[in-house]
Design a protein around this ligand. Structure first.
Ligand code: SAM
Length: 179
């Protein structure tokens, strides 16, 4: 089980980026995202709508006390904090592959110092600042490979038929739709 913890969400500034973190988490193989920072029902609802439309299992929840979530997870698996200050991500992913349950923590603007100490690993996707969306995608791909990108999500209403041109989609109720 892979869980993503998004720290320090700010309702106005981060609504798109946090939604993109959830999109990436789901598509690249995580089964859950926990949001911390400002409570934001709109983001939780957009993640629920995404799973209704494109399938799951994938869920989102809110936790005001991120330290509690991290400490609880440490009892059953490893916690990996993605930060440009960490050690190389490929070595950390190799360690994480030995564990069944992994929590991947990503920040917004400033990550509290305690996070660096609480994490089992601080992992960098290169030692340059970039984006939590990119860092999450690259780390999940290193950890799980291509399989999640090819899996069939359960309970979908819409499913894409890969095609060289145009948009071909099967809708559960209407059959093949698209242009
Ligand atoms: N000062 C932050 C840091 O420690 O990486 C950069 C802030 S960045 C806008 C927001 C988040 O993106 C970070 O908290 C981290 O999770 C992720 N991030 C950015 N660059 C990264 C990198 N090179 N490696 C891993 N994660 C990165």
């Amino acid at each position: 089980m892979i869980v993503v913890l998004r720290l320090g969400h700010r309702k106005q500034r981060d609504k798109r980026v946090t939604t993109h973190c959830a999109l990436v988490a789901r598509a690249f193989g995580a089964s859950k995202i926990i949001l911390s920072g400002e409570q934001d029902e709109a983001v939780l609802e957009s993640v629920a709508a995404l799973s209704r439309k494109w399938g799951g299992p994938f869920s989102a929840s809110y936790e005001s006390n991120w330290k509690k979530a991290v400490r609880a997870f440490k009892k059953k698996g490893k916690v990996i904090h993605l930060t440009m200050y960490g050690e190389p991500f490929d070595a950390v992913a190799a360690q994480a592959r030995k564990t069944k349950n992994v929590m991947i923590v990503i920040g917004a603007e400033k990550v509290p110092r305690e996070m660096y100490a609480l994490a089992d690993y601080n992992a960098a996707v290169g030692s340059q600042p970039h984006s939590e969306v990119a860092a999450l995608a690259v780390f999940l791909y290193e950890l799980l490979g291509k399989a999640p990108l090819e899996k069939e999500f359960r309970g979908w209403q819409n499913k894409i038929i890969p095609s060289p041109r145009g948009k071909k989609v099967i809708n559960k109720f209407r059959g093949v739709i698209g242009t």
